[in-house]
Every structure is written in structure tokens, then in C-alpha cells.
Design a protein around this ligand. Structure first.
Ligand code: SF4
Length: 471
């Protein structure tokens, strides 16, 4: 079945408000399946080593590329909404000491890779990668290149905090090969910025974007967050207008999840200043409408891209994929993540490094890979992962292709979720026939809720919750 692009003009604003309030519930963003909260400690370094060994003997000998993610956990100051793994410090020397740990990890990995292993995508994330000096970033790249071949034309991406870089630094990073940058904006409203302890101006971001474009950066992403304290329709409208004027190639618009019990910095956010659920829907609705009218393609959940950006092109041609960085147009490769809390995905194993610097360092000093938890995908996981990714990325599911690939009868295997889909169909969010189902333009706005019907873990939790409420 063919799916249609989600185009805001096809959806009445009031209609959208209604469906977002009914269906846009908190839930996984499906950057992986199973999601990281399902990882278990039964998976350790030996499982990861086995996965590497299997690849070394097969795929990597055939010169299949890998992706490398490097986590730099340091930030100079805390943003109160933050739910990332980070270490807040002003001591720059901690960055230098951290490089030594990354080198130990790379040394442990190197003998497990094939001579032919090469990196197609290199991503520095955090935390704040630009916490490291240019000299340290250059040393890190050198350290990687001296151990693993980086393919000609490999994509190099880096997350930047506009408060910690200037135009010259951007030029330096471009000269090191970074052609994709992503910057956190969240909201330009000064009241909101104060309430979340992250103050930066439109001019700061504009200067960096101008420098980046002039020196050859090919893609710029800006992150926004809706649902922050003191956000109003008026203030957020100005923010969205400013972002439209800045014209980044991509915009990611995340929803703030207030979980102060889990994330200590969020305890400094005053809950009474948070927008109501109804307000949140209006903020999201405003942003979707404004970006769509400005010519951005809505990719279905929290991403927008200009029509000539490779994400939008991949979306149109059915080649979009999802990984831990969100939507990507890159091919599906094994992912090796290094650094504290980094996640790797090699073969059928997800593995995650220790989440504290202390445990991460302890393992490395003992000569052990610092894997702390993970999950080994069984056949059902692989199948559901493929279904969820097909919904999230292409907006459709073709039963015959799943039947052929997984040797199942889709309709009987997924009898329960397919029954659940009937309510979405009745609301005009998807259409179905004997061959499969596909989202309508309206359905794209609640794509992850629809995908979650195929999430075995989430559905089991919901069933347990319903059961305990009944009893
Ligand atoms: S939001 Fe980003 S910059 Fe702010 S504390 Fe978290 S990781 Fe650091």
C-alpha cells in the first residue's frame, strides 16, 4: 500500500487538536526496539564480544561499514529539563582525562574488528561534545583514525551547544571534517530560558549558522522542546517564527517529560509553571502548522526537514530509518557506541556501557569492556522491530513482505494489534485492506501511538496495569 506524505493543509487545525488530545500520549520514540528501558543486566561484556566476534567472521570481512557514536558527557552548566547522561563541571581537564578512557576502550575494541572494518558515520554526542577543546576533538579523531579506518566520504556529525562555541570554533570543526551539526535551542523566550537555566540568543545561533554554512556545513539541525515551564502560545509562536527565519535544514521538536523523581535537575522546575496538557497540544499543533506552512516536510513524529534535505527525500522514497539519533537517511549499519552510557547495536544484541564515569573507568582499568546491560533480540523482537520501524519510517505495513521475510501469517500473528487498529481506522488515521495498512496524513501525527500497538513489552505493561486496577 502507498502512504501519503503528512501535509498539514490536509488536516484541519481543530481536527488535529482533537486527535492529538485523544491519541498523543507519552510513550517511546522508538529510536530502538526493544526500547532502552527494557535492557537487562543479564547482558554483559561477553555477549557484546560474542556479537563482535560473529561480525568479524562474516559481515565485516565482507567490508560492511559500521557507525561509531562517541559520548562526551560533560556540560558546563545544568539545564533543568535535562534527562541526558551528563557530568556538570567547569574543569576542562576532565575532558582531557576522559580521552584517555576512550583510548582504552578503543584499544579493547580494535582486535575485535576486522582489518576491513570501516566507519561510514561518526557522531559525537553528549552531554556537550564542544566541552572538549578543538585540540582534544582533533586528538580524538586522530585516535579513532589510527585504530579504525574511516571511509572516504564518511559523514561526521557533532552536537554543539551555542553557548560554548563561536564562529571560529565552527570553522575549526569544519576543517576537521564535520559537515553536520545539531544545536539545542529549546525556546528563545527569555522567561522560559530563565526557568530552565539555559539562556542563549537568536543572534548567537544565527552567527554560528552563518559561519557553518559559509565554511561548508551541509546540514544544520535545531532542537526545540514544547511543554517547558512558562511556555505560552505567544512566546512559542515567536520562537517558531525565529527558527523559520533561521531556516535550518532540519528541526527536531521534542516534548518535555517532567519526571523529577527520575531526573534530579528537573526538581528545580516548578510544576505549577508547566503548560497544561491542553496547552501542550496547542503548542505542538502551532509548531506543526507553522513549520509545514513554511515549507518543511513533517516526518511524522518530532522531525521536520526542508524538501531538498536527504531526510525528506528518503522519506518520500521509503528509505527513511530510525536510530538513536532519530530519523536518518543512512543505510542500516552495526553501531558501536563508545564512552560512558553509550549504546551499541551489533547483530542481534543491544548493549549499553556503564552509566556512571566511576564504573565506566573501573571496567576499563581492569581491561574489561564496560558493558553493563543490554538485550538479545529474539525472533519476535526482530519481527516487531521491523513492523514498528516500517510504521515509524514509511507509514505503512505490507503483509506479504513480512510473511515472506519472517515466514509468518501476519494477520494471525498480529491478530490483537490488528484488532486494536480498527479504532484508528474508524477515526480516519489509517486505511487497511487485505494486503496491509497505511497511515493517512492525519495518522502521521500520532504515528508512535499506532506503532506502540505492536510493542509487546508496552502492551504487556498496559495489560498488567489494567489487571492490577481491576483487582
Ligand atoms: S540539555 Fe544538553 S547541555 Fe543541557 S545539561 Fe543536558 S546534556 Fe548538558
Amino acid at each position: 500500500m502507498q502512504n501519503d506524505f503528512p501535509v498539514i493543509q490536509d488536516v484541519q487545525a481543530a481536527d488535529m487538536l482533537d486527535l492529538l488530545s485523544r491519541y498523543a500520549q507519552p510513550g517511546p520514540r522508538y529510536t530502538s526496539y526493544p526500547t532502552a528501558d527494557r535492557f537487562v543486566e543479564a547482558i554483559g561484556p561477553e555477549d557484546f564480544l560474542r556479537a563482535l566476534q560473529n561480525k568479524r567472521g562474516h559481515a565485516w570481512e565482507r567490508a560492511q561499514p559500521i557507525d561509531l557514536y562517541v559520548h562526551i558527557p560533560f556540560c558546563e552548566q545544568i539545564c533543568y529539563y535535562c534527562a541526558c547522561n551528563k557530568v556538570v563541571t567547569k574543569h576542562k581537564d576532565r575532558g582531557v582525562a576522559y580521552l584517555e578512557l576512550l583510548e582504552l576502550e578503543l584499544d579493547l575494541l580494535k582486535p575485535r574488528l576486522s582489518e576491513k572494518t570501516h566507519i561510514a558515520n561518526l557522531h559525537l554526542g553528549g552531554g556537550t561534545p564542544s566541552f572538549l577543546s578543538d585540540a582534544s576533538i582533533s586528538a580524538l579523531l586522530q585516535m579513532i583514525r589510527s585504530r579504525v579506518r574511516v571511509a572516504d566520504g564518511a559523514e561526521q556529525a557533532i552536537e554543539l551547544d551555542p553557548r560554548t562555541v563561536d564562529a571560529q570554533r565552527v570553522r575549526n570543526l569544519v576543517s576537521m571534517g564535520f559537515r553536520r551539526i545539531s544545536m539545542g535551542v529549546q525556546d528563545f523566550d527569555p522567561r522560559v530560558q530563565k526557568a530552565v537555566h539555559r539562556e542563549q540568543s537568536v543572534e548567537q545561533v544565527r552567527d554560528l549558522m552563518v559561519a557553518a554554512r559559509a565554511s561548508g556545513v551541509k546540514s544544520i539541525n535545531l532542537d526545540l522542546i514544547h511543554g517547558l515551564p512558562l511556555q505560552t502560545l505567544e512566546g512559542f509562536s515567536k520562537t517558531v517564527n525565529s527558527v523559520v527565519e533561521l531556516r535550518p535544514d532540519r528541526v527536531a521538536l521534542y516534548g518535555y517529560a517532567h519526571l523529577p523523581q527520575r531526573f534530579a535537575p528537573q526538581r528545580r522546575i516548578h510544576a505549577e509553571q508547566l503548560p497544561t496538557p491542553q496547552d501542550r497540544v496547542q503548542l505542538l499543533s502551532l509548531a506543526i502548522e507553522r513549520f509545514s506552512r513554511a515549507g518543511y516536510v513533517y516526518l511524522g513524529m518530532d522531525h521536520f526537514a526542508l524538501p531538498d534535505d536527504e531526510l525528506a527525500i528518503a522519506h518520500q522514497s521509503g528509505r527513511l530509518r530510525r536510530n538513536f539519533q532519530g530519523y536518518t537517511a543512512q543505510a542500516d549499519h552495526d553501531l558501536i557506541g563508545i564512552g560512558v552510557s553509550s549504546i551499541s547495536h551489533v547483530g542481534s544484541i543491544y548493549s549499553q556501557n556503564a552509566k556512571t564515569l566511576e564504573l565506566y573507568e573501573q571496567s576499563l582499568r581492569q581491561g574489561l569492556l564496560p558493558v553493563e546491560r543490554g538485550i538479545a533480540l529474539n525472533r519476535d523482537d526482530e519481527l516487531r522491530k521491523a513492523v514498528i520501524m516500517s510504521i515509524m519510517c514509511n507509514g505503512n505495513v505490507d503483509f506479504a513482505s513480512f510473511n515472506a521475510t519472517f515466514l509468518i501469517d501476519f494477520r494471525s500473528y498480529f491478530d490483537t494489534p490488528l484488532t486494536q487498529l480498527q479504532k484508528y481506522e474508524a477515526d480516519g488515521l489509517l486505511t487497511s485492506d487485505e494486503s496491509g495498512f497505511c497511515l493517512t496524513p492525519k495518522g502521521w501525527f500520532v504515528v508512535r501511538t499506532i506503532a506502540s500497538e505492536f510493542d509487546r513489552y508496552l502492551q504487556a505493561d498496559r495489560a498488567r496495569h489494567a489487571y492490577s486496577r481491576v483487582l
